[in-house]
Design a binder for this molecule. Structure first.
Ligand code: NAP
Length: 304
């Protein structure tokens, strides 16, 4: 019986490379420890565990727009050399309550504001955070080209884009320019397998970046004995975990990485011990049957 394991190999993000598990700052400024010291401790735990892509966005911290970048920028300033330890990713294009603006003017201004808040002179990977269909793809392409040409960003990507939106924008950029699509993906949210998003990344040989691989925590608070799809997903994950002395979180994370060899999954715990432990996801093994049991639990009906 074949045994499946996460691909530990480094992922290519355009001309850059990163670990398959990344650390995200979405929740960094929303607790009662929204300060540079705590931001450093959490990010340090991630870097020490090998997670060398740090994912943030202009909107993180909302209702304190920009606060996640600001406190991390303070941490970067206070810790010389820290910036060089990571591939730094940020995003622009969401401004609540509008909520979306990917106009050239906004994307460029948003990126420049992120650079200032982060106390850095370059963002390694800059994403359009969500599709804004009021802005023609040609204008988004112009903004991304301008940001790359000016050296403010190294690589450009999109997040939450449909495969058709990815194709349209990438074609207008000249083809092969977008280096990733960042989409929600976990045992709780398996849509990318079925809606073409995972295929899209393979078609373009780009990295599929999975956000909220633990279902934003929902998979971990789920009662496995509940008679529901989520209950059955939790039970299927626990069965794999118990056999290997692993946690349900690590099995969920491994499941996302096993789904395709070119996935990067971004975790978001605020607890340094949990961040460190989640690197053990690389050690998780599962059989094909166990992998598909998680899919069947999500679907609620068996696979044909
Ligand atoms: P996640 O890792 O799926 O979920 C993190 C949540 O799970 C935290 O609240 C954490 O709580 C909880 N958790 C972790 N381990 C747990 C355990 N053993 N028991 C109970 N709860 C546990 O990821 P996420 O934070 O939702 O998202 C990760 C990153 O994805 C974000 O930081 C951001 O960078 C990115 N993202 C991108 C988009 C986008 O539109 N592109 C949207 C959302 C997120 P503790 O903190 O207490 O551990």
């Amino acid at each position: 019986m074949s045994v499946l394991k996460p691909n530990r190999g480094r992922r290519q993000i355009g001309r850059l490379q990163c670990n398959p598990i990344s650390y995200g700052h979405w929740r960094l400024a929303n607790g009662d420890d929204a300060n540079a010291e705590a931001a450093y401790r959490k990010t340090r735990a991630a870097l020490d565990a090998g997670m060398d892509m740090i994912d943030t966005a202009a909107v993180y911290g909302f209702p304190n727009f920009g606060l996640a970048e600001e406190i991390f920028g303070q941490a970067l300033k206070a810790n010389p050399g820290l910036r060089d330890e990571m591939l730094l990713a940020s995003k622009g294009g969401i401004i609540p309550p509008t909520p979306y603006d990917s106009s050239k003017q906004h994307l460029v201004a948003s990126c420049e504001a992120s650079l200032r808040r982060l106390n850095t002179d370059v963002i390694d990977l800059f994403y359009v955070h969500r599709p804004d269909w009021l802005t023609p793809h040609a204008e988004v392409a112009e903004a991304l080209r301008l940001l790359k040409d000016s050296g403010k960003v190294k690589e450009v990507a999109v997040s939450n884009y449909l495969p058709s939106q990815f194709d349209a924008l990438d074609a207008l950029l000249g083809g092969g320019v977008l280096v990733a699509n960042q989409i929600e993906f976990s045992p709780k949210r398996q849509d990318p397998i079925w809606d073409g998003a995972l295929d899209q990344c393979q078609k373009h040989s780009v990295t599929f970046v999975a956000w909220s691989p633990l279902g934003g925590g929902d998979l971990l608070t789920q009662d496995p004995s509940e008679d529901s799809n989520m209950g059955r997903i939790a039970a299927a994950l626990d069965k794999i975990a118990q056999r290997q002395g692993q946690t349900r979180a690590n099995v969920a994370l491994a499941w996302t990485l096993i789904s395709n060899p070119n996935v990067v999954s971004i975790i978001g715990s605020q607890q340094p011990e949990r961040i460190a432990d989640q690197a053990r996801a690389f050690d998780v093994e599962m059989t094909r049957e166990e992998y598909y049991q998680v899919v069947v639990a999500w679907r609620g009906v068996r696979l044909p």
